[in-house]
Design a protein around this ligand. Structure first.
Ligand code: ADP
Ligand code: MG
Length: 227
């Protein structure tokens, strides 16, 4: 059997709130297969972002384990975790997190530069990805000169530029118009077919959830299958 791209074993995460301990994740079990597309739905405050951050090794479990490509993130140094994230994962956050002082193209090229790729090649590749998300004419724009939807597309291009094994998206198309959302969904489908990229997407968008291979509901700190 192939190693799951991401796996959680009895994953737990609590937050200390004054003297109280609030258990957000209470023993999540999950396996994301290579090439699988997964939607996670759930009420606001149910812990979706907490779970996604944990899947990406941005935050460490209070209990249980997270494996990324078979590697236990708790067993890695901070530096090894960063390298694993850079090589294997792409992130699209709820609020894009683009670097303000850099152009769209520089933002997209950043993961390649961090990975040690030469600047010209990195820029060319970033240009190709921006083209794919329909922003060829916005390469030199800084985030402040882009619309919300355009910024989100830059963030998506950046998440895809390393051809990661898995892309994690936190409500990526929530504030995009129908047409832009549709073009991003198509791009996801294309990458999934071409490179067997896995996707884990937290979403309120029923159209996006319906497109995924599997849907899970996060409720009371646990995941359950949805039709
Ligand atoms: P969702 O993304 O499903 O809306 P979150 O994962 O953001 O939910 O939050 C889940 C719960 O955990 C919420 O009750 C939130 O207040 C709490 N929480 C999230 N982050 C922290 C934190 N850093 N410190 C304390 N509580 C937190
Ligand atoms: Mg959230």
């Amino acid at each position: 059997m192939q190693t799951a791209v991401i796996a959680c074993i009895d994953l737990r995460r609590s937050y200390q709130q004054g003297t109280e301990e609030i258990a957000v994740l209470r023993g999540v079990q999950l396996e994301v297969a290579r090439g699988e597309r997964l939607a996670i739905v759930g009420a606001s405050g149910s812990g979706k972002s907490t779970l996604l951050n944990m899947l990406g090794g941005l935050d460490l479990p209070s209990g249980g384990r997270v494996l990324i490509q078979g590697q236990d993130i708790n067993q890695l140094s901070e530096r090894e975790r960063c390298t694993l994230r850079n090589r294997q994962l792409g992130f699209v956050y709820q609020f894009h997190h683009l670097l303000r002082e850099f152009s769209a193209e520089e933002n997209v090229a950043m993961p390649l530069l961090i990975a040690g790729q030469e600047r010209r090649a990195a820029q060319a590749e970033a240009g190709r990805l921006l083209d794919a998300v329909g922003l060829a004419s916005r390469r030199r724009h800084r985030p402040s000169a882009l619309s919300g939807g355009e910024r989100q597309r830059v963030a998506i291009a950046r998440a895809l530029v390393m051809r990661p094994a898995c892309v994690l998206l936190d409500e990526p198309t929530g504030n995009l118009d129908r047409q832009t959302a549709e073009s991003i969904h198509s791009l996801m489908d294309q990458l999934n077919r071409e490179f067997a990229t896995s996707f884990v997407v937290v979403t309120h968008d029923p159209a996006l959830a319906a497109r995924m291979d599997r849907r899970l509901l996060l409720q009371d700190g646990l995941l359950q299958a949805q039709p």
